[in-house]
Design a protein around this ligand. Structure first.
Ligand SMILES: NC(=O)C1=CN([C@@H]2O[C@H](COP(=O)(O)OP(=O)(O)OC[C@H]3O[C@@H](n4cnc5c(N)ncnc54)[C@H](O)[C@@H]3O)[C@@H](O)[C@H]2O)C=CC1
Ligand SMILES: O=C([O-])CC(=O)C(=O)O
Length: 276
């Protein structure tokens, strides 16, 4: 099946960059695109409207999930935050709409993990966790079939990228003179406490050693400009080190550009006959 009808949930940094990128990489436009926004927002910002019109022949903006369910898109991509997964995830899945979520940290809550799993089963579809800002999920998920001894994730970002997160209470982000570790704990704790910053902690944990056995460190570092993600894996099958220097999106320093490209990949791998 070729993806012809796409739903994007959210109209923030990732959604805008997703549309810009899709406009460049799609060889032929989609038939339909529906963008689901917050209540009260039924038109797209001008820059997004222009990019959307290059991505699809018919573009619809809505603030109502019922419009999306009625439109029956081939795929829905959430890039709007944990609240949006809570608000729409179950209904999309129960209605048989395959759904990719950027906000994977929602699954760090066992009750939500269970609800979304049941919804996907009921709708005979899938909830897809993209690699997002990181990589190496292929080998991590493969090694998980043997014995994973250690999976440790470190996220290092400039201080301003941690604004608006609990890091503000832990350290004075404005006066840091060197790298400062402000969080050490489980992937579950990281994903729950840092919903806008630690989705990849959940992504890595769910691909590998689980939410409690995967360890996370978060660092504010005034000497870096990029969002640097490191994953150290020790296992019976391989020792793996992944280091990604992610460039922040122009619109949101918290978010790395590979997140956007990973969502673009989820579209493109449903458009061609050969998938990698
Ligand atoms: N898996 C990964 O690697 C990453 C995941 N993320 C996730 O993606 C989310 C979005 O990131 P950005 O685009 O950078 O954030 P952003 O703050 O720039 O944009 C979020 C957008 O979602 C909209 N929104 C919020 N609640 C909504 C709802 N209930 N219904 C419809 N729209 C709603 C907002 O109005 C805004 O337009 C983050 O909050 C985070 O959960 C972000 C970065 C990396
Ligand atoms: O984009 C990133 O660097 C990672 C991120 O914000 C997240 O995991 O939520």
């Amino acid at each position: 099946m070729t993806l012809n009808h796409l739903c994007i949930i959210g109209a923030g940094s990732i959604a805008a960059e997703l549309l810009d990128t899709l406009a460049h990489v799609l060889e032929a436009p989609l038939e339909r695109l529906i963008v689901l926004q917050r209540a009260g927002k039924t038109t797209l910002p001008e820059d997004m409207a222009q990019a959307a019109s290059r991505c699809a022949i018919t573009v619809q903006a809505s603030d109502n999930l019922a419009d999306v369910i009625a439109a029956r898109p081939d795929l829905a991509i959430e890039c709007a935050g944990h609240g949006a997964v809570h608000a729409y995830g179950e209904q999309l899945l129960e209605n048989g709409i395959e759904t990719v979520i950027a906000s994977t940290g929602v699954l760090a809550d066992d009750a939500w993990h269970d609800r979304l799993r049941r919804a996907a089963q009921a709708g005979q579809t899938r909830l897809v966790l993209p690699a997002g800002a990181v990589g190496g999920m292929d080998i991590l998920a493969a090694l998980q079939n043997g014995t994973l001894d250690t999976v440790a994730y470190t996220s290092r970002k400039p201080p301003h990228a941690w604004r608006g997160s609990p890091a503000e209470a832990a350290v004075d982000l404005d006066s840091l003179t060197g790298e400062t570790v402000f969080f050490e704990g489980s992937a579950r704790r990281a994903a729950v406490d840092y919903p806008q910053n630690a989705n990849v902690a959940a992504t890595i944990a769910l691909a590998g050693a689980g939410l409690d056995a995967t360890t996370v460190r978060m660092i504010a570092d005034p000497d870096v400009q990029a969002n640097i993600h490191q994953i150290e894996i020790a296992s019976d099958g391989a020792e793996v080190q992944v280091r990604i220097v992610g460039k922040p999106t122009a619109r949101n320093p918290k978010t790395s550009l590979p997140t956007v490209y990973s969502l673009v990949r989820e579209v493109m791998r449903r458009r061609g006959p050969i998938v990698s």
